[in-house]
Design a protein around this ligand. Structure first.
Ligand code: SDX
Length: 428
């Protein structure tokens, strides 16, 4: 244990324990602060507040470092595949060849959803946003899988975790197919996870579909980049929902709902729409000026980050993947990519963005890549949710298995009316 921190309040000194992690900032344990001082701390956006202990993901925002269980994201993206990353995030170690084969086999054989889910989908309008469909259908899984929602049973927790990771691509593909009025395509067990997903999205029953291995590898890498990111808004939502004992499917549905926001996972959809609105390189200065104007709510979507005050390491890999995909598809000059590259160049040399340490984040380039692959803009955040499901599950599992885990219940700074007496309506 490190030297305690001393806090002086109203001439009274309070000692608070300091806990050090394995790497990164230490924390001041304020659990007893209210009891000792009658005061709460105040940090609405949790900019300086650690909500939990975790051994899963580490981010150094100043250095632009991202580690999954200690392994740099660049190495995992380069050498591994998404299911290997899922194993790593869930169990803490890279799998042996035998462990990987067993894990892939078990995930593959849980990719089908209950046949009644087809009828569940029929209730939506065809033009429903796919994220609305995902929130509903992920939550609905707890209506189909009663045999794996007792979170006190480790076996049921593992079954629910495997089912969630295995079925999320199927639900995502179904949401896409339903939105374009095409029949659902069943998973095919002789394909790997991401190739299976691409086939469920783009195959039709009328002919054979061959998955492009370059695109499949690129999308698999994109899933690795999106898999986890410590205590971001949607992961914190999953943890808070899970702290009440809610079943894992309901917790993940809560995470999907939170991710949808344009300040979070919805930024990939918003970033592409912004690039389309800018349209041409000559219009960039106008939008940069709007982004800097305090009276204009416009922000450069895909720029800035609560933690990264340096380049998001995922954005660099994303940019490289974008060029790979466009080359594979023979797209020589994508005007959106031209705008994105020029916008990044200008922003990174602009005093405002330098001073506020605003760099492209993972959402800046992903939309261009996904659009080139054939996904509509409305599906971009669905793909983010697909990949982040393993991170949500791993963080939920870690929380449930933490013996010190309690229900999350923040306090507040009350600024409303003091006690006052009821006034009958004829006296008002
Ligand atoms: C993700 O948390 C995670 O890890 C998230 C994520 C994950 O993997 O889970 O990484 C995924 O959500 C990435 C972020 C995607 N969102 C966007 O790209 C939306 C655009 N970015 C912003 O809305 C913003 O940067 C946030 C939401 C990402 C971060 O918000 P913060 O940390 O609360 O910072 P802030 O809004 O207080 O901004 C700090 C300053 C402000 O200026 P001042 O009030 O200090 O004068 O920077 C300015 C902001 O106005 N600013 C921007 C800007 N982002 C911040 N100005 C113009 N354009 C922007 N994009």
């Amino acid at each position: 244990m490190s030297e305690p921190a001393s806090l002086i309040i109203a001439n009274k000194s309070v000692e608070l324990p300091v806990k050090a992690g394995s790497i990164g900032p230490s924390v001041i344990d304020i659990a007893k602060l209210y009891g000792q001082t009658g005061m709460f701390t105040y940090d609405p956006g949790f900019t300086s507040t650690a909500s939990c202990e975790s051994a899963i993901t580490y981010i150094d925002g100043d250095e632009g470092v991202l580690l999954y269980r200690g392994f740099p994201i660049e190495q995992l993206a380069e050498h591994g595949d998404f299911l290997e990353t899922c194993y790593l995030l869930l169990f803490g170690e890279l799998p042996t060849a035998a462990q990987k084969a067993d894990f892939d086999y078990r995930i593959t054989r849980h990719t089908m959803v209950h046949e009644q889910m087809m009828r569940f989908f029929q209730g939506f309008r065809r033009d429903a946003h796919p994220m609305a469909v995902m929130v509903a259908s992920v939550g609905a899984l707890s209506a189909f899988y009663h045999d794996s929602i007792d979170i006190s049973d480790p076996q049921q927790r593992m079954v629910a975790s495997m089912r969630m990771i295995a079925k999320i691509p199927t639900l995502a593909a179904m949401a896409y197919k339903y939105s374009i009025g095409q029949p659902f395509i069943y998973p095919q067990n002789d394909l790997d996870y991401t190739a299976n997903f691409l086939r469920m999205c783009f195959a039709v029953p009328c002919e054979d579909y061959k998955v492009n291995p370059v695109l499949s590898r690129a999308l698999d890498r994109i899933f690795i980049l999106h898999a986890d990111h410590e205590q971001n808004a949607s992961t914190s939502t999953v943890r808070l929902a899970g702290s009440s004992g809610a079943n894992p499917f309901a917790c993940i549905a809560a995470g999907v709902a939170c991710l949808w926001g344009p300040a979070h996972g919805g930024a990939n959809e918003a970033a592409l729409k912004m690039l389309q609105e800018i349209g041409t390189v000559d219009r960039i200065p106008h939008f940069i000026a709007r982004a800097k104007d305090k009276n204009d709510p416009f922000r450069l979507m895909g720029f800035g980050h609560r933690v990264y005050k340096n380049y998001d390491p995922r954005a660099k890999i994303m940019q490289k993947t974008t060029h790979e995909v466009l080359n594979e598809l023979g797209i020589k000059d994508d005007p959106l990519l031209d705008v994105a590259i020029e916008l990044e160049r200008i922003a990174l040399h602009d005093e405002y963005f330098i001073e506020k340490k605003l760099y492209p984040n993972i959402d800046f380039y992903s939309g261009i890549t996904l659009k080139a692959m054939g996904f509509p803009t409305s599906m971009f955040t669905v793909l983010f949710a697909l990949a982040r499901t393993v991170g949500w599950i791993a963080q939920w599992k870690e929380m449930i298995e933490d013996p010190s885990q309690r229900i999350g219940r923040p306090r507040q700074l009350y600024t409303g009316s003091p006690r006052r007496e009821y006034v009958s309506v004829n006296q008002r």
